[in-house]
Every structure is written in structure tokens, then in C-alpha cells.
Design a protein around this ligand. Structure first.
Ligand code: NAI
Ligand code: 15L
Length: 273
């Protein structure tokens, strides 16, 4: 019998959608979140309210699971002290549980790991991490935790550098960063079921002609995005952020948050590297 999968962040925007759609594929799910699950439980799913900071609870929840789909934690820029517990300590609990169970981890990383690269710059996996805040930095930590646990303990993991995952793109930046819900569902399913995963890093965006992201490990898992933001171009290409730092960098508004550098930026504010 196929082992169940543990889905963290199940009560969040993406978690609720993944719970519904993955359950519909016949996947047995264990759902968890610090908040109550707001929807009727999908077929074959159970829900347990738990804090990612409670390592014992996470170990128990992962017992017998073949994969942990890790979508829980702080999902926007916040002060360091708010992020540290769920996103750093909580992530460690996820990896320790996966190690004990011999399970793989599918980690919801983010474009905010590389947010300070200039818009228009085409990135592959050799690009530098350029986190645009404490949130992005916590995702860099998550990806490197995956690197460590694969190299040292053989825990397979996929790190999805998700752009903007919404029902539809709503601003010009998302012509490059949008990931449709169906493309995310297919991506997570492919990562959870691929015969061999290793340590994989995959750009989480749809087949957008204006994408800034190129080569990654998607062939290894047999995933190719099918949707595109282009159909929305006429209605969103004029919707630009009011802040120049946000318009200039891939991370958009997250780059502008608490930005205090004062020297006048040339083409790329950080071109001295
Ligand atoms: P969300 O904020 O709606 O969901 C996150 C969930 O984590 C919430 O339900 C929250 O209650 C839960 N959570 C927070 N702290 C917790 C704790 N201490 N213990 C247990 N659960 C806790 O975020 P969303 O949009 O659903 O994103 C899901 C994941 O995908 C997040 O990790 C986010 O960083 C990542 N991501 C999302 C993107 C998007 O476009 N929605 C883009 C890039 C990454
Ligand atoms: C993220 O990482 C956030 O979780 C999400 O709320 C969006 O802001 C997204 O990135 C984005 O960059 O559009």
C-alpha cells in the first residue's frame, strides 16, 4: 500500500488547494497547521492542529509517511523573531522527521531567495542567492538544509522556488513570476512520486514567455508547466509597483520593504559584486 503524505500549512492558501486537489488524485493525506482546517476534510485525509515548533508533534505526524509536503510557516516578510521559530526551527523538525521515516521532503521555497537580482536578468541554478529579507533568507536556509540532509543522510528533497502562485496573475511582475494552481499541483505530485529525486531545485513558475528563470532539475521529475500568464497581459502589463526598488528587482515589493540603502542606484543597485 502507498504510504500517506504529510502536508504542512494545510489551512493556508496553497495548502487548502493542494489538500483538495491531491486528495482527488487518490493520495492519502495527513494535514496539519497551527490554525484549524477551514474546509470539509477531503476523502482519505485527516487533520491535526500542531505547531511546527513542536518537534515531538511533527515526529508523530510523520510516522509512516513517505513524503512531507512542507508548505507551513511564515509566508511573507516579518521581523526576524517571528520568522525564526516556524521557518528555521520548524524546518529542522521537518527534516529530522523525514530522516527518521526515510521520507522525502517537498519544500515550498520562494523567489525571495534570489529577490535582489534585477528584473529581466535570466537566472539558472548557478545564480547567487540574493535574499530580499528575513523571509527569503529563511528559504535559503531551507534549501541548504535540503542540501545537507541529502549529502549527509540521503534524505531526498525538492526545493520549489515558487514565484507568485495565485488563481490568476494580477500585476505586471507576475507576467514573469506567475505559477498556476494546476501547474503547482502537477509539480508537487511529480516531486512526491518521481522514482528518483536526490536534491532537486525547481523554479516554480508557469510556462510564461516573460520568465526570468531557466535551467533547473525539472526533467529529473518529468514535470513541464502547461499554463501561461501571457493571456492576462493586456489587463495587467500597466500595473506596476509605485516603488522604484520594487520595480527594479525580481522580488518586487519584498525588496522595497524596510529598504534603507541611500546611495543612488545605477542600473542594478547592487552591481559591485
Ligand atoms: P499561507 O500564509 O496562506 O499559509 C501558510 C500556513 O502556515 C498558514 O496556514 C499558517 O497558519 C501556517 N503556519 C504558520 N506558522 C505555523 C506554525 N508555527 N506551525 C504550523 N503552521 C504554521 O501561505 P501560502 O501562500 O499558502 O504559501 C504556502 C507556502 O508556500 C509558504 O511556505 C510560502 O512561503 C510558500 N510560497 C508561497 C508563494 C505564493 O505565491 N503563495 C510563493 C512562494 C512561496
Ligand atoms: C512569496 O514567497 C509569498 O509567499 C507570496 O505571498 C507572494 O508574495 C510571492 O512570494 C511573490 O513573490 O509574488
Amino acid at each position: 500500500m502507498t504510504k500517506p503524505m504529510l502536508l504542512t500549512g494545510a489551512s493556508g492558501a496553497l495548502g487548502r488547494m493542494l489538500a483538495r486537489e491531491l486528495a482527488a488524485t487518490g493520495t492519502a493525506l495527513r494535514l496539519t497547521d497551527i490554525q484549524a482546517f477551514p474546509d470539509p476534510l477531503p476523502a482519505g485525509a485527516s487533520f491535526t492542529q500542531a505547531d511546527l515548533e513542536d518537534g515531538v508533534a511533527i515526529l508523530r505526524l510523520a510516522e509512516g509517511c513517505g513524503a512531507v509536503l512542507h508548505f507551513g510557516g511564515i509566508s511573507v516578510e516579518r521581523p526576524f523573531e517571528e520568522i525564526a521559530g516556524p521557518n528555521l526551527r520548524g524546518l529542522f523538525h521537518i527534516y529530522e522527521a523525514a530522516r527518521r521515516e526515510g521520507a522525502r521532503v517537498v519544500f515550498a521555497s520562494s523567489n525571495h531567495t534570489i529577490g535582489f537580482h534585477a528584473q529581466g536578468e535570466i537566472l539558472d541554478l548557478d545564480c547567487s542567492f540574493r535574499p530580499d529579507g528575513f523571509y527569503g533568507l529563511s528559504k535559503v536556509y531551507g534549501e541548504l538544509m535540503g542540501r545537507l540532509y541529502w549529502d549527509k543522510h540521503g534524505v531526498e528533497n525538492a526545493n520549489l522556488r515558487i514565484g507568485s502562485c495565485l488563481p490568476a496573475p494580477v500585476e505586471a511582475r507576475q507576467l514573469s513570476t506567475w505559477l498556476s494552481y494546476p501547474d503547482l499541483v502537477r509539480l508537487v505530485h511529480a516531486c512526491a512520486t518521481a522514482p528518483r529525486l536526490g536534491h532537486a531545485v525547481i523554479w516554480g513558475s508557469s510556462r510564461n514567455p516573460a520568465s526570468w528563470w531557466s535551467a533547473d532539475h525539472r526533467e529529473r521529475i518529468g514535470w513541464a508547466p502547461q499554463d501561461s500568464a501571457e493571456a492576462w497581459r493586456p489587463s495587467i502589463e500597466g500595473i506596476l509597483h509605485v516603488n522604484e526598488v520594487a520595480r527594479r528587482h525580481q522580488g518586487g515589493a519584498f525588496c522595497a520593504h524596510d529598504f534603507s540603502r541611500t546611495e543612488a542606484p545605477p542600473r542594478n543597485a547592487f552591481s559591485l559584486d
